[in-house]
Write a protein that binds this ligand. Structure first.
Ligand SMILES: [Zn+2]
Length: 81
């Protein structure tokens, strides 16, 4: 059954609204990490260790190569993390 042009127009406006409501999105993956440093006697070397962080990393493919960048907490929040 053929849809009327009015129905298509309505559907188009509905989908357009859904896209506008998406906000920021990303590809690749985000990781949240806690890490030790190299300083002797630091709390991260204690038992149990208190690691530094959180650090946010965004990993994705750029022209076929894997690229990882560190993000600030604010940048990670923009990417819904
Ligand atoms: Zn440390």
């Amino acid at each position: 059954m053929r849809k009327t042009p009015a129905r298509d127009e309505e559907r188009y406006e509905e989908l357009k609204g859904a896209i506008a409501g998406l906000g920021y999105f990303r590809y690749g993956s985000l990781t949240r990490r806690f890490m030790p440093c190299g300083k002797a006697g630091c709390r991260c070397q204690a038992s149990p260790p208190q690691l530094h962080g959180p650090y946010y990393q965004w990993t994705r493919k750029v022209v076929g190569k894997t690229v990882t960048v560190r993000l600030s907490r604010q940048e990670a929040a923009l990417l819904n993390f």
